[in-house]
Design a protein around this ligand. Structure first.
Ligand SMILES: Cc1cc2nc3c(=O)[nH]c(=O)nc-3n(C[C@H](O)[C@H](O)[C@H](O)COP(=O)(O)OP(=O)(O)OC[C@H]3O[C@@H](n4cnc5c(N)ncnc54)[C@H](O)[C@@H]3O)c2cc1C
Length: 356
């Protein structure tokens, strides 16, 4: 689509922008929607995501978002079972003394389940720790999901790839986007979903989200086979998880890396010796067999808000311009709820009517 006007423009076709385009398109069936990306859909942080949905929320808002997103993904999978979303068992490892308190943050905590040691299970509980199972977990091939969903957007929702937004200029009757093509797009309303590219001049000039910082996220491959019955294991104290990638027959270990203020365009793709050393040190405590098989992985980054909750807000009190993101390493699992909150803020306006 080459139109230079749209009712709604969504900037960024990661999992969040893709969900916003679906949601806004569904709520306003007559609106023209354009989803723009400087790259291809699903190639930002979403491309490297481990794609794990953990049915947990540490605050009331995040619990609501988790519930909404979980139900949304379950519906999607019911409608199209071939989507790359795979339900899986989950268990949480905590200190015995903290178990009841932490369990309360989960939507569907089951009773304590014995953690056996079936062949292949890499978990070895440290002394004083326990594990329990919960329902509702799944993981997705996030880039594949984004591509499938963007290909199925309703007629009237256009995707423009390879087009960067260079400037965002609010105007009396809408918002003007200056594009890398040399042209402009005039939109009634705009949602900015730039993932970790929050410091780009386009946003710094007009809409820099206050306090948002970009942190490295690391997920390491563990070269051990897994079986269909293996659960994902969340190491609560470490803010880490051990995920069996059933479709690839190996494991992924995601741990919290504390490298802040990184530039997404300047990152080396693989782990450094330091990342591998940190991961192995943790794994030796919980899954010693996995520690020595942790050799490679994916390294990228994500945007984090000061309060560690996703940021969905009108920019400068202007409901024509909404920022949606800073999901802090949970952008896959919370994307449907982030999109719903963004669409709530995008009230139809006189600007919309002027574009139809
Ligand atoms: C290694 C790793 C593991 C992760 N594991 C999990 C997990 O298990 N579970 C989970 O929920 N989350 C996980 N995350 C986090 C999750 O992947 C992100 O929160 C999510 O992908 C963010 O989606 P997004 O749409 O905001 O960003 P992105 O996917 O980065 O999309 C933003 C898009 O905006 C585009 N863009 C930026 N600036 C412009 C511009 N000026 N003009 C046009 N387009 C622009 C980019 O090209 C990009 O495609 C992980 C992240 C990483 C890196």
């Amino acid at each position: 689509m080459t139109a230079d006007r749209a009712d709604i423009a969504v900037v960024g076709a990661g999992i969040i922008g893709c969900m916003v385009a679906r949601e806004a398109g569904a709520r306003e069936p007559a609106a023209s929607v354009v989803l723009l990306d400087r790259d291809s859909a699903g190639q930002g942080a979403s491309r490297r995501s481990a794609g794990l949905h953990i049915p947990r929320g540490a605050t009331p808002r995040v619990r609501r978002m988790t519930r909404h997103s979980q139900a949304y993904y379950e519906r999607l999978l019911d409608e199209e079972p071939a989507l790359p979303i795979r339900p899986l068992q989950m268990r949480v490892v905590t200190r015995e003394a903290d178990a009841d308190r932490i369990r309360a943050d989960y939507l569907d905590p089951g009773g304590p389940a014995p953690v056996g040691e079936p062949p292949g299970d890499p978990l070895r509980l440290p002394a004083g720790y326990t594990a329990w199972h919960t329902g509702g977990s799944q993981y997705a091939d996030v880039p594949a999901l984004v591509q499938r969903l963007t290909a199925r957007l309703r007629p009237g929702v256009a995707v423009r790839e390879g087009v960067a937004v260079l400037r965002v200029v609010p105007q009396r009757d809408g918002v003007l986007l200056h594009l890398s093509t040399g042209g402009t797009l005039s939109a009634g309303r705009v949602v900015l979903a730039p993932g970790p590219w929050t410091a780009a001049p386009a946003w710094r000039d007009a809409v820099a989200p206050e306090g948002v910082r970009v942190k490295k996220v690391v997920a390491l491959h563990i070269d051990l086979p897994c079986s269909a019955a293996d659960p994902v294991t969340v190491l609560h104290d470490e803010d880490a998880f051990l995920l069996p990638l059933h479709h690839r027959n190996h494991w992924l270990f995601s741990y919290t890396c504390r490298e802040w203020d990184v530039d997404p365009d300047a990152l080396a793709p693989g782990p450094s010796p330091g990342h591998l050393a940190q991961a192995r040190e943790l794994l030796r405590r919980y899954a010693p067999a996995a520690a020595e098989r942790c050799t490679a992985g994916r390294v990228f980054c994500d945007a984090y808000s000061p309060g560690r909750e996703p940021l969905v807000r009108s920019v400068g009190g202007d409901t024509r311009l909404v920022f949606a993101g800073a999901a802090g390493g949970s952008g896959y699992r919370l994307a449907p709820a982030i999109a719903s909150e963004a669409a709530d803020l995008l009230e139809p306006s006189t600007a919309l009517r002027s574009h139809t």
